[in-house]
Design a protein. Sequence first.
Length: 84
Amino acid sequence: MSRSSVPRAICSTRLHTRCWVPACARRSARRLVEAKRLLLFTIRTVEDIAYETGFNDPAYFSRFFRQAVSMAPAAWRRKRVNGE
């Protein structure tokens, strides 16, 4: 059976049982890592980074980031860059 003929739900279920992490959680974790990298190593705006990491709404990106890191993206950047 080719990979393209396997329904997405089955692939997700198999990945979950092998890795113990749902695919959506892995995707969110990867987005967070990429957002942190862009915040730290570029001078792009938080809005640009939101779009670059796949969020359609910068406000939703900020809520997502704040929930994961316990601080706003701009505050996280300032803290890391200034070494506070």
